[in-house]
Design a protein around this ligand. Sequence first.
Ligand code: PXG
Ligand code: PLP
Length: 442
Amino acid sequence: MNMNDLQQDLAAFWMPFTANRQFKQAPRLLAEAKGMFYKTPDGREVLDACAGLWCVAAGHSREEIVRAVQEQVARLDFAPTFQMGHPLAFETASRLAAITPPGMNRVFFTNSGSESVDSALKIALAYHRARGEGTRTRLIGRERGYHGVNFGGMSVGGIPGNRKTFGGSMLPGVDHMPATHDLKRNAFSRGQPAHGAEFADELERLVALHDASNIAAVIVEPLAGSTGVLVPPKGYLQRLREICDKHGILLIFDEVICGFGRLGGAFAYDAFGVKPDLMTLAKAINNATVPMGAVVARQEVHDAIVNGAAEGAMEFMHGYTYSAHPLACAAANATLALYERDGLFARAGSLAPMFEEGAHSLKGTKNLVDIRNFGLVAAFEMAPRPGAPGKRGYEAMVKCFEAGMLVRVTGDTVAVSPPLIIEPAQIERIFATLSKVLASID
Ligand code: PXG
Ligand code: PLP
């Protein structure tokens, strides 16, 4: 293929969440992957320090998962799950119910995190209506929350850019709590910051304003991932739970990033000891092999909706053509078996102290105003270059890629979240590379 052909090829793909013109001037391509590494088309190895997009928890192209998907596509390529079923879907749901928090055992399948969020919000509304509290329609999110790109998730999310462009078309009846980020008091905290549980009291203020009888649910990421790795202050999630309980409000944890070992346990419940009413999953649910997401509900939430409907009636008017797609289920079953066999969630937990040590060894590096970490996630926040916010972050990402390492960047914050199979020497390599790259940025 000559360069003209390549330019033409690049033109047709309108890339998601990408500076398209800038990218197409100097494309960064990934052609193969195995274990901890990507390979570029010219054969260069790139250490995957962010598990793709926080999703390839078991490492790339694992034989067991590849084989399961290959066998499945030959046996049953597709089957509807509307008024029909296929055996793998029930297996995947049961496997998930076995590792989610006690009592959270009813699973609704989707194809992405964004779909999981919109599904969870609809479940929350349906739940209150089924219980005769149909006035509970208001949804509460949080500033700097990311809940995907569909209208529901975007509305409860707190991303200023989205609000600028789409603000006029957001869901009505949504309000937001403030973010928990507090550099003044918490910069360079290791693990959960000490200050900020009182940010949860903002929920009491919103309840006083709107009245509990109008509020359906609160949705938060237990640890906010894509807006820069905001670790929940000690006691914050517990307090949110208490306030929700007091007022009959459902608590939704968006665990699209947190779930499946990232925090050093299966889910946020295992890391922080707080149980939500609904949780949204995607990404590592099947090692990102085939698009898949899920909402896991407390049994009472499911039962209120399902047992509340007339016999023979469809209880919940919702679903996707590809809900519980056979290939996604095959990948999920193989992935969940692999997580269990190799004890990957516990592995993440036992590597976490070393990961924390490595991350905080960068303290003192030029421009760094914060280092944050929990489980196998760490973030490095740089002060923005005066008049050019985001430039330092972008340069760090490009320089890391040139140095053979893939990282994620949000504004001027660099995040690392490697596959849970990472070896200690590779952890050292991540922080050594980052240290050099960050020191080289003006
Ligand atoms: N909720 C949360 C908490 C997420 O992190 C979504 C919902 C949406 O999932 P889908 O599958 O619709 O993308 C996400 C996704 C990043 C990055 O760079 C993060 C996400 C997606 C893409 C990039 O941090 N999170
Ligand atoms: N648009 C049209 C015209 C459809 O027929 C369908 C599903 O049948 C959808 C959208 C929704 O697609 P999906 O179920 O894949 O979300």
